[in-house]
Design a protein around this ligand. Structure first.
Ligand code: 3PG
Length: 390
């Protein structure tokens, strides 16, 4: 892959694809982590006197239609404060782009454009025509084969990787290629089907995998009736195989409730004690003790997903104890995924995790496949560039 800092950006039209897909409620940005992570890249391009154009998606709007709640305007307002010494513009018109060196233009949500999701050729060509250099820096969207993350690279003169994308790949590769051992992975959350393949890849890579949430319930369902608990019957066979082959730590007790609500009672039970009207919503004390002991001994920790319903105080104990234990560990710790970032913010441990990835789905897919669509695009583009320039 070509790197942005290998190229001369002066007076060039540089189009940077970032991931500004952040939670926004009533025009208020609820987490600016992804925006903050992209700022050094934009600053670098401005410092090099490029004509900087920035594009991103936000949410999953219907294409071809403006929908206010998915507009990037609140992000533009946020950026105006940060780049207060720079001429900064906002545009929703790909046909009228006028910009000078050292200036910054933010484009409206790419997912309003017809063809974006389907990696449409004419839209990709349109994006490519806007720039001399395309910088792919949206690690969080690099698993998407869309016009602004993939197609554009097939038509642009030069496509290169931005600093954030490179840093994410480097940090994740430490864990994937040469982790200090013992390496443990902690996987929780409710998206069971997206994560089961990940468990297998992680189990191969790690000395121990700790499971929580719906993933753990699916392992428990091999041997027990777990009442109303969330689990995925179609993955039970796979869970059996993984459990047999690898070192998987499954909860030995859980906090159960009778209704999915913050008011539900929380009782610690062993798996065989769970009644039909009960559901697992967090780890029990013995499991927490056992899991935190394992975390303490780890030299590398990879973490994705809460181990309970952390939004309900009575069921946040397991997630809090494990998160604190990861934060206090001297191991190299890496965390990623939307819910994981919410947990990190909730317990205020941002500075105690060695690396927090800006990726959710991209983080998981990179662990599983060791590559992503946009990385593939950048590799093809580099080959084309070498052919032309050698
Ligand atoms: C994410 O939040 O994981 C990325 O921004 C990708 O968003 P998407 O799942 O809507 O493509």
């Amino acid at each position: 892959m070509l790197h942005m800092n290998e190229l001369n950006l002066k007076n060039k039209k540089v189009l940077i694809r970032v991931d500004f897909n952040v939670p926004i409620v009533n025009n208020k940005i609820m987490s600016d982590m992804r925006i903050q992570a992209s700022i050094p890249t934009i600053q670098l391009a401005l410092k090099n006197h490029a004509k900087v154009i920035v594009m991103s998606h936000l949410g999953r709007p219907k294409e071809g239609k403006y929908q206010k709640q998915f507009s990037l305007l609140p992000i533009f307002q946020y950026l105006k404060k940060i780049f207060n010494k720079t001429k900064i513009y906002f545009s929703n018109n790909l046909n009228k782009i006028q910009i000078n060196s050292g200036e910054l233009l933010i484009l409206e949500n790419v997912r309003f454009n017809i063809g974006e999701k389907n990696n449409d050729i004419s839209l990709s060509q349109k994006y490519a025509s806007l720039c001399d250099i395309f910088v792919m820096d949206a690690f969080g969207s690099a698993h998407r084969k869309e016009s602004s993350t993939f197609g554009i690279g097939m038509f642009t003169k030069i496509a290169c990787a931005g600093p954030l994308l490179i840093s994410e790949i480097k940090k994740l590769s430490i864990v994937l290629k040469n982790p200090e051992r013992p390496m443990i992975s902690i996987v929780g959350g409710s998206k069971i089907s997206t994560k089961f393949k990940l468990i297998q890849s992680l189990a191969k890579l790690s000395d121990t995998v700790i499971v929580g949430g719906g993933i753990a319930n699916t392992f428990l369902a091999i041997d027990y009736n777990i009442g109303k608990s969330l689990y995925e019957p179609k993955f039970i066979d796979m869970a059996k195989k993984i459990k047999h082959q690898y070192n998987i730590i499954i909860p030995i007790d859980s906090r159960v409730g009778t209704n999915f609500s913050t008011k539900s009672s929380a009782i610690v039970k062993k798996p065989f004690e769970i009644h039909n009207n009960e559901e697992i919503m967090d780890l029990g004390d013995k499991s927490i003790e056992n899991m935190t002991k394992i975390i303490k001994k780890a030299k590398t920790i990879l973490w994705n997903g809460p181990v309970g319903v952390f939004e309900f105080p009575k069921f946040s104990i397991g997630t809090k104890k494990l998160a604190t234990s990861i934060a206090n560990s001297k191991a190299f710790s890496i965390a990623g995924g939307g819910e994981t970032i919410s947990v990190i913010n909730m317990f205020n441990i941002q500075n105690k995790i060695s690396y927090i990835s800006t990726g959710g789905g991209a983080f998981l897919e990179f662990i599983e496949k060791n590559t992503l669509s946009s990385i593939h695009m950048l590799e093809i583009s580099k080959k084309k560039y070498n052919l032309k320039n050698n």
